[in-house]
Structures are given as structure tokens and as C-alpha cells.
Design a protein around this ligand. Structure first.
Ligand code: GLU
Length: 312
């Protein structure tokens, strides 16, 4: 009797040790940057025979953060402004904060692109009254950041002729069909979505800068200035001055050490390969992987970064 139960216990232990862990990563629209970079992270994580990682295309940051916390997704790509507000229960998430949120890795910088058709004549946020603008689909971070920028400019979104809620993926077509004059996209550059728009019609990307924006940067710790270099997109022949955040991979404090450790290890052990997997990863350094996280690191991620000497 004793022997059999011991043997059973042994079998059970062996099977848990070798059980594959299935993990899901929530990303964004298929033509954005979250989706292909999520795919790249999964490919590297899947080199570990214990891990089976897959990506889901979603509405974006807000959808991801909420569904990670509901445990519908194991990991998610989330803008650092959204991470901050959700962890601390402020802004859009006032009284809906959740301290179970954990950061895994800071992936790359995102910069807010306000993409307009040249024909719209829009040169600044001050030109938006009476225009049809896609502010962003409700599950996206785009919408949240665009509304923060409107606020900084003192622009009331009610003055728009049309306040669009299309997904980012639908926007280039809507722009070409003149259904909208422009759209906001907080994204890692270059991204297929804007390349598609730029290659099919004359576009511009409007600068987001000035006194109002300087004030906004002082108020919110997670925004930083950045430039989308001229020539990144066909026909946009000026450096675009804008503001941005970090794309952060998040999970909950209850996620297994095995899965979290495997994801971070996959990036660090294959770092040179990782950087070649999408052009938005070009400027990423090992140090930048822990910058701008906006929530505490999951302990297994912290342990992995320590092992590699990136944090003390
Ligand atoms: N930052 C965007 C958002 O949250 C998504 C960007 C992307 O899909 O690459 O909603």
C-alpha cells in the first residue's frame, strides 16, 4: 500500500515537472506592432520544450490589462500610461485600481502618431473642430492617450464632427475612403498599419508638441518626448515630434514563476536574435527592458534580470 502510493506520488511529481505550460499573450490589431512582437516573443519562448506560447489579436491595452487581471489572458501588452493608471487606480481607472498587476518586461517605446490625410489640411490639434477623427476603439490605449492630449490642449472632443471608434486596423481604409480625416495610434514604429496608409495615399503625421504638452509631461510621469524620424513613412518628410510611453508586458502576481521566468529568459538568452525580429526593437537595450515599467516586477522576472546582471 505504502509502496504504491509512493510510486504514484513519484509519477505525479514527474508528470508535473514535465508538463508543458500553455501561455497566452494578448496583443493588438494584426497590422500593429504588439501582434508581430508578441509572436516573436512566443517563438523564442517556445524554444523551451516546457512552454507552449500563443498570441491573441485583441483591441489593445485596456482590453489586455482587464483580461489579464480577470485571468482570461496570462500575459498582455499594455501601454505604460495604462499600467500606471490601472495599478494605482487613477485616471480612467479611478476606484478600479488593481495591485495584483505585475510587470514582466518593458518592450519598446511607443510614440503617438496622429495620422491625417494630406487633403484634410490638419496641421495641429488646434485644427480639429468639425473634423472626423478616429480617436480609437474602446479597448485600446490609443483612445485613452488621445483624450489625455485633447485635455492638455483644452480641446473638447464634442467639437469633432465625428468621433470614430474604429479599430486601428480599419483606419487606413477609412482614411483612404475619406470616411475619416485622421486617426490616433500609439504604436512602436515603423508599423505596418501606417506604412499601408502612407503607401496608398498622401498622408502626414501631425506634431504633438508645445507649451500644453510640456505641461502635460510635468503632470504625468510616464510620458516622454520622442521623434518619428523623417522618411520612416512614405511622404512624411519631416521629423515628427510627439510624445510616447513604453509598451510593457504585464501579468498578475499569481502567474507561475516557470512561465514568467521562461518568457524573460527567452528574450535575454536570444537577445541579438530578438532585436532583429521587428524594426521597432532596433533601439532596445538590455537596460531598457526594465525602464518605464509603471508596476512592480513579477518576482520571477526580477530573479531573471538579476541573474543576467541587469538589476542588482
Ligand atoms: N498601443 C496600442 C493600444 O493599446 C496598440 C499598439 C499595437 O497594437 O501595436 O491600444
Amino acid at each position: 500500500m505504502k509502496k504504491t502510493s509512493l510510486a504514484l506520488a513519484g509519477l505525479l511529481l514527474a508528470s508535473t515537472l514535465s508538463a508543458k505550460e500553455f501561455i497566452s499573450i494578448g496583443t493588438g490589431g494584426m497590422t500593429g506592432t504588439y501582434y508581430p512582437v508578441g509572436g516573436a516573443i512566443c517563438r523564442l519562448a517556445n524554444k523551451d520544450p516546457q512552454i507552449k506560447c500563443s498570441v491573441q489579436s485583441t483591441g489593445g491595452s485596456i482590453y489586455n490589462v482587464n483580461n489579464v487581471l480577470k485571468k482570461e489572458l496570462n500575459f498582455g501588452f499594455v501601454q505604460s500610461d495604462v499600467v500606471y493608471d490601472k495599478y494605482n487606480g487613477v485616471g480612467k481607472f479611478k476606484d478600479m485600481g488593481d495591485k495584483n498587476l505585475r510587470a514582466v518586461v518593458s518592450i519598446y517605446p511607443e510614440l503617438l502618431a496622429f495620422v491625417v490625410s494630406k487633403a484634410s489640411g490638419i496641421a495641429s490639434i488646434n485644427d480639429l473642430a468639425g473634423k472626423s477623427i478616429n480617436v480609437g476603439n474602446p479597448g485600446s490605449g490609443n483612445e485613452m492617450t488621445a483624450l489625455t492630449v485633447f485635455n492638455a490642449y483644452g480641446f473638447d472632443a464634442k467639437k469633432l464632427k465625428h468621433h470614430g471608434v474604429l479599430t486601428a486596423q480599419e483606419c487606413p481604409h477609412a482614411l483612404k475612403d475619406k470616411k475619416i480625416d485622421g486617426y490616433f495610434y500609439m504604436v512602436g514604429h515603423p508599423t505596418a498599419n501606417i506604412t499601408d496608409a502612407a503607401n496608398s495615399m498622401p498622408i502626414d503625421i501631425v506634431n504633438i508638441k508645445g507649451e500644453n504638452i510640456d505641461k502635460m509631461l510635468k503632470e504625468f510621469p510616464y510620458f516622454a518626448k520622442g521623434v518619428i524620424p523623417k522618411g520612416t513613412y512614405e511622404g512624411v518628410s519631416h521629423d515628427v515630434e510627439s510624445i510616447g510611453v513604453k509598451a510593457v508586458l504585464v501579468t498578475t502576481k499569481d502567474m507561475s514563476d516557470k512561465a514568467v521566468g521562461a518568457v524573460v529568459k527567452a528574450i535575454l538568452d536570444n537577445f541579438d536574435e530578438y532585436k532583429t525580429l521587428h524594426p521597432a526593437l532596433g533601439a532596445v537595450t538590455k537596460e531598457s527592458l526594465v525602464q518605464g515599467l509603471s508596476a512592480p516586477l513579477h518576482p520571477a522576472a526580477e530573479a531573471e534580470f538579476k541573474k543576467h546582471g541587469i538589476i542588482k
